[in-house]
Ligand binder design. Structure first.
Ligand code: ATP
Ligand code: MG
Length: 566
């Protein structure tokens, strides 16, 4: 058993437990479930997983790890109309990528359909469920309101025999979609609307991605989720707050079915500002072409974050940091960005790149000459070593690092000004060359040979250091620069008659062509770099073109550090 269970409340360690860990440790102390801890992650395969799901995955698998327990991966696949094998496969890949292992415990609610059917018959025979011929609209109209009791269905008092027979005929396909449902017989006056004879089964003539055409009746979430938990002997069934109101029903079914009493515990779902986190809405973005697929790097999906350059370590650390709460709160997306910066700062190889090239010629450097310079591969990692790269007479610099008529606060390159070229020399701009339209095509500089980095002359100070790549050595590359997908902190906060899509940022993707310093060949998909002064980038694993394509994961400017230190 885990050591921390021996700690007294008030210990340093137990004080830092979250409320779910408190419940679990209490259960262990009370010898509940023979001290077993068994959780599950229960996605519905009707979309790709997002960062909110990542939080749930980290929580469920994390608790199992912490308490020497087990965590199942269970697909809640009870709706054939919205689910597919593509989604099942992507979910498995994402959970694995995050670093979790369900071993042999991969389950599908659809594997329990026969068992659910037996459970339903058991309740019918007990007089606790009935076949109702009202349609969806009539049932909704009869439900009442939270303050006004609903009307009992005229079919509520059918005999168990009649109900068993009708339910069997529902299964055998005798009725059309929506013609009949099976309902629990609970209390049409309950203050909890979920207890007002909720639907347990509906008729859906549709092929299921696993059970094919075997079934034409499908259980609802409420009559599948808790039952699956119970079949798998889940001890702590952790779900998000919106299911709190379902808990009395969850417990009612378990009690009436006399099955293993899994316990449902709710926590606040992860919400991020500037982000949409509903599969239904994410699906709209994909289907209506606002983004290029579920793994578009602007998406908050796990596959999108992966393609953007996020690491599983950063996502896990983010989940840990935001913690587990009982109350809804919106997390600043800057914290997520801070977390990936922190991770990549330790891991990413440094290179230089130029995303908007402007030619720079050093007129006092020998024509055709070049030299090797050296720079650390990662200054955060002393073992990483150094790399060598070339300097020459013709370079590219970033166009916006030069201004012909600089405003007061601009300290970078301008006519007559000096800057340091990173890892190289101090240069001074002596001339500007323009084309017939007035566009700057080239700038001429002179360098000070005494100021090479790493030599005594390198201590001479100038106001600014800029990055560059040597033109004859430069390797062409494409850069995909992302901005937030939504302009609004709360994308759903829109004028009447509009929806979240009106908050989309039209400039969320900018594709530019530039150069990188050669240094790390070959480039592999998702290889991660810091291009000095520009941000962290990774090699896009999907794009096919004749040059490498880099996705910018995140810039170097850390908004979170600023917020924190304010
Ligand atoms: P969405 O509402 O985003 O469409 P969902 O809840 O319908 O998601 P499921 O596949 O049912 O998606 O979710 C699987 C598990 O992930 C559930 O236990 C659910 O509570 C949890 N989960 C979903 N969204 C979040 C979130 N934003 N934060 C934490 N957990 C979440
Ligand atoms: Mg759901």
């Amino acid at each position: 058993m885990n050591k921390s269970t021996n700690k007294e409340p008030g210990d340093k360690e137990s004080r830092s437990l979250n409320f779910i860990e408190h419940i679990i440790e209490e259960d262990i102390r009370n010898n509940k479930n023979e001290q077993r801890v068994h959780t599950r992650f229960p996605p519905e395969p009707n979309g790709y997983l997002h960062i909110g799901h990542a939080k749930s995955i980290c929580l469920n698998f994390g608790l199992a790890e912490k308490y020497n327990g087990l965590c199942n991966l269970r697909f809640d696949d009870t709706n054939p109309l919205t689910e597919s094998v593509e989604f099942v496969d992507s979910i498995k890949e994402d959970v694995r990528w995050l670093g979790f292992n369900w071993e042999e415990r991969l389950y599908f609610a659809s594997d329990y359909f026969e068992k659910f059917y037996e459970f339903a018959v058991f309740l019918i025979k007990k007089g606790k469920a009935y076949v109702c011929d009202l349609n969806t609209e009539q049932i909704a109209a009869d439900r009442g309101t939270p303050t006004r009791p609903g009307n009992e269905s005229p079919y509520r008092n059918r005999t168990p025999e009649e109900n068993v027979d009708l339910f069997r005929r529902m299964r055998e396909g005798e009725f059309k979609n929506g013609e009949r449902v099976l309902r629990a017989k609970i209390d049409m006056a309950s203050p909890n609307m979920h207890m007002r004879d909720p639907v347990m089964y509906r008729i859906i003539h549709a092929e299921h991605h696993r059970t094919g055409n075997k079934w034409c009746i499908y259980p609802t979430y409420d009559f599948a989720h808790g039952q699956s938990d119970s079949i798998e002997k889940i001890t702590h069934s952790i779900c998000t707050l919106e299911f709190e109101v379902h808990r009395p029903l969850y417990e009612w079914f378990i009690r009436e079915l006399e099955i293993f009493p899994s316990r449902q515990i709710e926590f606040a779902r992860l919400e991020l500002n500037y982000t949409i986190m509903s599969k239904r809405k994410l699906m709209q973005l994909v289907d209506e072409g606002y983004v290029n697929g579920w793994d578009d790097p602007r998406m908050p999906t796990i596959s999108g974050l992966r393609r953007r350059g996020y690491t599983p370590e950063a996502i896990r650390s983010f989940a840990e940091r935001v913690g587990i709460a009982k109350r809804e709160n919106v997390i600043d997306v800057a914290l997520l960005e801070h977390t990936i910066r922190e991770d990549l700062n330790k891991k990413a190889t440094r290179l230089m790149a130029v995303t908007d090239p402007l030619k720079l010629v050093i007129t006092n450097y020998p024509e055709g000459g070049s030299e090797e310079l050296e720079a650390p591969l990662n200054p955060e990692d002393p073992d990483a070593g150094t790399r060598k790269f070339s300097f020459s007479r013709e370079l590219y610099i970033e166009r916006d690092d030069f201004m012909e008529e600089p405003p007061k606060k601009f300290f970078r390159l301008a006519p007559g000004r000096e800057v340091r070229l990173k890892y190289a020399y101090i240069i001074k701009c002596v001339d500007v060359v323009k084309d017939s339209t007035g566009k700057i095509t080239k700038i001429h500089c002179v360098y000070d040979p005494e100021t090479r980095s790493g030599t005594p002359g390198s201590t001479r100070k100038v106001k600014s250091t800029i990055h560059w790549v040597s033109a004859p050595h430069a390797k062409p590359a494409r850069f995909r620069l992302f901005d937030r997908l939504f302009r609004k902190e709360d994308p759903d906060d829109v004028e009447e008659g509009k929806d979240f899509k009106s908050s989309i940022n039209p400039g969320s993707l900018r594709v530019v062509e530039g150069y990188i310093t050669p240094g790390t060949d070959p480039l592999n998909p998702l290889d991660k770099f810091q291009f000095e002064r520009l941000g962290y980038f990774c090699v896009d694993p999907v794009s096919t073109c004749d040059k490498p394509v880099f996705n910018r994961t995140v810039t170097l400017r850390d908004a979170w550090a600023k917020i924190k230190n304010r």
